[in-house]
Design a protein. Structure first.
Length: 234
């Protein structure tokens, strides 16, 4: 039986996030309501410090809202124990971190292979998929180089390849083109567009105006609030 694909892969309802340090509190998100349609490329844009990364972390179950609810595939994430959240993150979500999050002493290949090793892919599957993902980002010839031997832009592309490895339902990308030159950025955005057209849901945050044309839906955030929503007509 074919699994039904929900209209919205993720929904945030009245989500706020307050960080406290001693007697001081900072409201990073304020009553956020947004929907991420399945199989679409969604962009959240806004300046630094506006709350973009906090939204991604909450969507991926890496952080919890102070109030409000988060739904993934129509089920509330807050109802799950940590063990189930971990399983969802490992099997269904690919993360692209702004700080890369790579193991410096590993090769590019080993970093991309690691999520599949954790998820018990066979050795043959891991090898084939790792090289396939590195080829997608133009790094197949750098597969055996250790991370500390790669430039910042190359490390960012290894992070993208790693996020693709498990064939996730959802990719959450934090400034994925931030360290890339214009031509490489456009190649990555075309890759994201092709993936979304193939059914992968992608939500990325950015302040780069050059990538907006690739989005199907664009949210704008300012001071922790969604101030605009734009459906892109291609």
């Amino acid at each position: 039986m074919t699994e039904r694909i929900p209209e919205y892969l993720i929904q945030l309802k009245d989500v706020s996030r307050i960080y406290r340090s001693g007697s001081r509190s900072v409201e990073a998100l304020k009553d956020i309501n947004l929907k991420i349609p399945s199989g679409k490329l969604v962009i959240i844009k806004g300046p630094s410090g506006s709350g973009k990364t906090t939204i991604l972390n909450i969507m991926g179950g890496l952080d919890q809202p102070s109030s409000g609810k988060v739904y993934f595939q129509e089920k509330e994430l807050g109802q799950y124990p940590e063990s189930e959240l971990t399983r969802i993150r490992r099997k269904k979500i690919g993360f692209i971190f702004q700080t890369y999050g790579l193991i410096q002493s590993f090769t590019a290949f080993e970093n991309v292979e690691l999520p599949m090793r954790i998820n018990h892919f066979s050795r043959k599957e891991r090898r084939e998929r790792a090289y396939e993902c590195l080829k997608m980002v133009g790094l197949e010839k750098r597969a055996d180089h250790r991370i500390f031997e790669l430039s910042g832009g190359e490390q960012q592309r290894v992070g993208i390849a790693r996020a693709l490895a498990n064939k996730p339902d959802l990719i959450l990308a934090d400034e994925p083109t931030g360290e890339l030159d214009h031509n490489t950025s456009m190649k990555v955005m075309k890759l994201f567009k092709n993936l979304s057209q193939g059914g992968v849901t992608i939500c990325m945050v950015t302040h780069d105006p050059a990538v907006m044309e690739y989005g199907d839906l664009i949210y704008e955030i300012m001071d922790g609030r969604i101030i605009n929503e734009e459906v892109v007509v291609s």
